[in-house]
Design a protein around this ligand. Structure first.
Ligand code: ADP
Ligand code: MG
Length: 353
């Protein structure tokens, strides 16, 4: 007969305690281990704690003795303070805990409090991601068309359907291994898994797939074009081929998560994977319509123009919100908000944006 499990006394690290420990550990790894993460064995040697105690401490899910935490901290010249540990929340299903404490990491994502239109696109994307369970979805379009903005808006709308949400931008072209480590560190922490990031690229990739298979995660990768070569073929830049492998894996291997990415061009890896009946899709983004374009202008002040003038101006810029914002600012500044003279310039090919 199954015995009801005994109530275990003990403590776990708070987020603050965990961060303190992680930072000290990273520093020592940097100083003494050429920047490589310590393995569980190395941590066990260093702290004189059993392997399973170390992994429990790092996972923050099951309690350990307070003295174990003190040992672990002392091994990195840290003192354990009251704010660094807590009693774990009362037992309830793991999934339940995750559902009620979803973890979202928006990092440097842009503010989208001013937002117009896009209801069709939002509906389509929700359909793909929530109903049809697509695992890899691309938002494609030229610069300024509104990819990042739409990705944030969508992410905010649907994040509660996921256990974890991570937003990362590739704008500064981070090496793929660095980016994977960074994503894994957050995912492992948020999913309360053992905080051990594999050293090899393949190991990292497999670990990420494992997370995406075991838990429903939403990963948003913005500015994917940064790591593409810029030609028409959608190839990765030299040195960034790992991202190609990453995208291929994300689209090819079944998992229960969704990876949404934005890019100016379609990465070649997803072309053979795409289709109505596969879980890989991409949505080409068009510009805003005349009404939405006018709403965007209105954010910059008062404007005067006939309906036809508005339409002509917005069509000229193909509804590109970034271009329209710049023209709106110029119209306000140079023409006191009058559309007609701006159109004259535009027609002569003298552009304001
Ligand atoms: N639907 C929208 N409503 C209001 N402003 C928008 C919208 N889409 C984009 N913008 C604005 O246009 C600019 C460019 O959008 P962004 O999402 O950065 O484009 P992309 O990522 O395609 O280069 C931003 O300043 C953004 O605030
Ligand atoms: Mg963008």
């Amino acid at each position: 007969m199954k015995q009801p499990s005994k109530r275990r006394r003990g403590v776990i690290l708070t987020l603050q305690g965990w961060e303190k420990f992680r930072d000290a550990k990273t520093q020592v790894e940097f100083d003494e281990n050429a920047g490589d993460s310590f393995s569980l064995e190395e941590l066990s040697d260093r702290t004189h704690l059993a392997l399973h105690t170390i992994s429990r401490i790092l996972a923050r899910l099951e309690p350990v003795d307070k003295s174990s935490l003190q040992f672990a901290f002392a091994a990195f010249n840290l003192e354990l303070c009251k704010e660094d540990y807590t009693r774990p929340s009362p037992p309830s299903g793991d999934l339940e805990i995750r559902r009620t404490n979803p973890q979202y990491d928006w990092q440097e994502a842009p503010d989208v409090s001013v937002f117009f239109g896009r209801s069709e696109e939002l509906l389509q994307l929700r359909q793909w991601i929530l109903e049809e369970r697509c695992r890899l979805v691309g938002l494609l379009g030229i610069g300024g068309i509104g990819k990042s903005t739409l990705a944030v808006k969508l992410g905010q709308q649907i994040q509660s359907e996921f256990e974890v949400m991570v937003w990362r931008s590739l704008l500064n072209a981070p090496p793929v291994e660095e980016q994977l480590t960074n994503i894994l560190q957050f995912l492992l922490w948020a999913l309360r898994k053992e905080m051990v990031v594999p050293e090899s690229f393949d190991g990292k990739l497999s670990k990420l797939m494992e997370c995406l298979q075991s838990n429903r995660c939403l990963l948003i990768l913005d500015n994917v074009e940064t790591i593409l070569s810029g030609g028409q073929a959608g190839q990765c830049r030299p040195g960034y081929e790992g991202y190609g492998q990453l995208l291929k894996r994300l689209g090819e291997v079944p998992h229960i998560s969704c990876v949404l990415f934005t890019s100016r061009e379609k990465p070649r890896e997803i072309i053979p994977l795409e289709g109505d009946r596969t879980e890989v899709r991409s949505l080409p983004l068009k510009g805003l319509n005349s009404t939405e374009g006018q709403q965007l202008f209105q954010q910059k002040g008062q404007f005067t123009g006939t309906e036809r003038e508005w339409q002509e101006l917005i069509e000229h810029y193909a509804g590109n919100p970034l271009a329209l914002k710049m023209v709106a600012a110029g119209t306000q500044e140079l023409f006191n908000g009058k559309i007609a003279p701006v159109l004259e310039y535009v027609k002569q090919g003298i552009l304001l944006a």
